[in-house]
Design a protein around this ligand. Structure first.
Ligand SMILES: CC1=C(/C=C/C(C)=C/C=C/C(C)=C/C=C/C=C(C)/C=C/C=O)C(C)(C)CCC1
Ligand code: FE2
Length: 567
């Protein structure tokens, strides 16, 4: 088990005023080479931000200086494992935090990509790492902590991968190598869900009753956490019979009163649309939609959208492949396959009755993130005639998935290799038409032809809206390196960028009492080329910097966040 090595670090006033607690990732027994290197990197990065000379650090740690410096230069901190299991402390704020901003921003993401001597392959494989920014009367109390999933605990204990992650499969044990039935055992373990990970590294949500839950696409990866201490509370126990289906959308839609999500069916390709009341652990099936394509698996459904009265169910040509799920070695599309000839569809279900009110064929598309959707009454007769649904669309190009391999992210320097993405706008007629449209909402060049990791003003969820906050790009780049505010009405874009940065999802928090959609702040955590990182606050309207606060160490890239208001 990891032991807690608590270091009191006295920081220079420039960065952190208070003393901070660090818990490093190291074992009780001999520290192996990888961990040793890791420890050195932590310390080097941690202290170098404080402008303490490398020689001083190295004399404390008794290591040659050269090694740490070379390690440091290897790759961007965005793609470097977090160097300690947890940390907490106060950040020094430059600028002024609005007095109304009181509450906690929590971000989840894969932050640890190596275990024992094994380096993970893909961005989505890493172990969940939570980062918090607690805003309190103009001050920021921060911290990070690894999530104690069964997958992470087992990996820590056995110093190897023990569960199936996004692209990684544990190696069969030696005793199983020659066993002709071990393959059958693996299939049983996969389809019972036993071998699947619970590494909830994708998102974090605040349920209407105040519970805070980390999520991934496996249902067993629904894990409750304490948003204050970042401690893992335990598994969220769904009180229904729907866990047999093993996977669900990583992005449920949550309001103060309910939660909606989609549960794909790998056996009879289709999706269950389910609803859970705030305060309950029981999901009710509102309806089921059958896939229209003749493919073996349902389309991958990372996220979906809702309007006031409907749930939109995407059926992408990027489909689950049972064959690829069973493979030990990854394919170029991992557990998925690309089947454009089988068609691309969007289905619309009534929230009230569970009936399918529209099911249209649309041009092929690849999206992970729906931005928002709403109903439009084109004839002014008091009845919705069309549904508009916007998403971060990758021009029906699946290359983005493989671009997120860690080796690719770490090794491309300066090349303009990020595939283009846009805001894709679906128009889904509600008059029984067979076809829907997919158009580009705003000229993609305006946001650097990159578009993903989006948020909106949550008060406009399912309603007509105007502003999208998302990661965009300043080309050339191999990954989105800017924040963008897109006005989808005026088709204008504001960009915020600094050299060498990798910012995570810009998260919009509305000002209480605001009357304008963009009246609020945008929070993002930025990883810097020089190994540091900082939290940034932008004005939701002008998109200009209001405040920033440096972390005393570098944080890797993260995925999605949520806001927990202070009571
Ligand atoms: C662990 C298994 C699976 C897990 C799937 C996971 C963890 C999927 C996560 C998907 C994410 C985080 C997608 C994010 C996309 C972001 C993009 C494109 C950003 C672009 C740039 O800004 C299954 C695959 C469900 C199968 C079993 C095992
Ligand atoms: Fe996501």
């Amino acid at each position: 088990m990891a032991s807690l090595i608590t270091t009191k670090a006295i920081m220079s006033h420039h960065h952190v005023m208070s003393s901070t607690r660090i818990t490093t990732l190291c074992s009780d027994k001999a520290i192996d080479n990888q961990q040793r290197k890791t420890k050195l990197q932590i310390s080097h990065r941690f202290f170098s931000r404080r402008r303490i000379s490398a020689a001083v650090i190295n004399s404390v740690l008794q290591v040659p200086e050269k090694e740490t410096v070379e390690d440091e230069r290897r790759c961007h901190v965005a793609w470097t494992s977090v160097q300690q299991e947890k940390w907490e402390g106060e950040l020094t704020v430059q600028g002024k935090i609005p007095t109304w901003l009181n509450g906690t921003y929590l971000r989840n993401g894969p932050g640890l990509w190596n275990i024992g001597d094994h380096d993970f392959r893909h961005l989505f494989d890493g172990y969940s790492t939570l980062v918090k920014l607690e805003f309190n009367d103009g001050r920021i109390f921060s911290g990070h902590r690894l999530l104690e999933s069964d997958a992470y605990k087992a990996a820590k204990k056995h110093k190897k991968l023990c569960y199936r992650e996004f692209s990684e499969t544990p190696k069969p044990s030696r005793s199983n190598f020659k066993n002709p039935f071990s393959g059958v055992g693996e299939i049983v373990k996969l389809f019972s869900g036993e071998s699947l990970t619970d590494n909830a590294n994708t998102g974090v949500i605040r349920l209407g009753d105040g519970r805070v839950m980390c999520l991934t696409e496996t249902q067993k990866g629904s894990i409750l956490v304490d948003h204050d201490t970042l401690e893992t509370i335990g598994k969220f126990k769904y009180d229904d019979g729907l866990c047999d289906h093993m996977i669900h959308s990583a992005h449920p839609i949550v309001t103060e009163t309910e939660m909606w999500t989609l549960i794909p069916d790998l056996v009879k390709p289709g999706y269950r649309v389910v609803r859970m009341e705030a305060g309950s652990n029981k999901r009710e099936v509102v309806g089921r939609v059958k896939c229209r394509s003749g493919s073996w698996g349902p389309g991958w459904v990372h996220s979906f959208a809702v309007t006031e009265n409907y749930v939109l169910i995407p059926e992408m040509p990027l489909r689950y492949s049972v064959r690829n799920l069973l493979r030990a070695e990854p394919t170029p599309l991992y557990k998925f396959e690309w089947c454009p000839n089988d068609g691309a569809f969007v289905h619309v279900m009534s929230k009230l009755t569970g009936e399918i009110v529209a099911s249209v064929e649309v041009p092929a598309y690849v999206t992970f993130h729906f931005i928002n959707a709403y109903e439009e009454d084109e004839n002014g007769e008091g009845k919705a005639t069309v549904i508009i649904a916007d998403c971060c669309e990758h021009n029906a190009d699946t290359r983005i998935l493989d671009m997120l391999r860690l080796h690719t992210l770490r090794s491309s320097h300066g090349d303009d290799v990020l595939p283009d993405a846009r805001i894709g706008r679906f128009r889904i007629p509600l008059d029984g038409s067979k076809y829907g449209k997919l158009e580009t909402a705003v000229e993609a060049e305006k946001h650097g032809r990159a578009m993903d990791m989006c948020s909106i003003n949550p008060l406009h969820l399912g309603l007509k809206y105007r502003y999208v906050y998302a990661c965009g790009a300043k080309r050339p780049c191999n990954f989105p390196n800017a924040l963008s505010k897109v006005d989808i009405l005026e088709k204008k874009v504001k960009i915020w960028h600094e050299d060498g940065i990798i910012p995570s999802e810009p998260f919009f928090v509305p000002r209480p009492g605001a009357t304008h959609e963009d009246d609020g702040v945008v929070i993002s955590i930025v990883s810097e080329e020089n190994g540091g990182s900082y939290a940034i606050l932008l004005d939701g309207s002008t998109f200009e910097e209001i405040a920033r606060a440096n972390f005393p160490y570098g944080l890797p890239y993260g995925l999605h966040g949520c806001w927990i208001p202070k009571h």
